[in-house]
Design a protein around this ligand. Sequence first.
Ligand code: ZN
Length: 245
Amino acid sequence: MRVAVLSDIHANIRALDAILAQVGSVEAVWHLGDVVGYGPEPDAVVDRLRERGAIGVRGNHDLAATGDDVIRDFNIDARAAMEWTRRVIAPATLDWLAALPMRLTIGSYSLVHGSPRDPTWEYIVAESVAAANLAVLSTRYGLFGHTHLPIAYVVADNGIADQDIDVLTPEPGTTLAVHGRRALINPGSVGQPRDGDPRASALVLDVTSHVVTWVRAAYDVEATQRAMRASKLPPRGIARLSFGI
Ligand code: ZN
């Protein structure tokens, strides 16, 4: 069974539609949170995920959108974009976001936004952090987002020490067979990539063979930037989309 795994869409409908087209026919869509925030089309993105029957988890921006006071911890641009999001978002979108769980287990896969031990906030950006999280991962495989960087941390079935971790930084089209091992896997960001490539990033997962394939899709970045300018979203958030940083 082929599944599209999407994270950090950040209210960027053009990026979402481009990556869904690139992925092609899939039997399920899983998302890893931060559906909204930064971008100009929160309602359209949630509508599309709902149409596709997507299931997934809540990110820190989704939590902030539903009124939680975590917005205090956001940097100035994220906060300004979130205040705008809260003003424009439709009640039905808010209801959908508010119903997202912090974590989800589907077969051998755990879905979280940040990390298995701190699903909303922790960034897995180092091998030591990945090792600590592999140690507490209750399923064989973990899917996470939050860093906006495509990566995989893979260990042998019983290995969780730092030195045993294989770190894979994938290119578009890279495939990884994790069957028989344990892994934490990040698809990268659909709507605000930060690995220097402005194209939308995601992965396709075969949940039968446990093979993952990273994919990229170009989209009309300038159209998204025009929509952001029209909504007076923060200039730095607009500029970074051109570079994927
Ligand atoms: Zn994010």
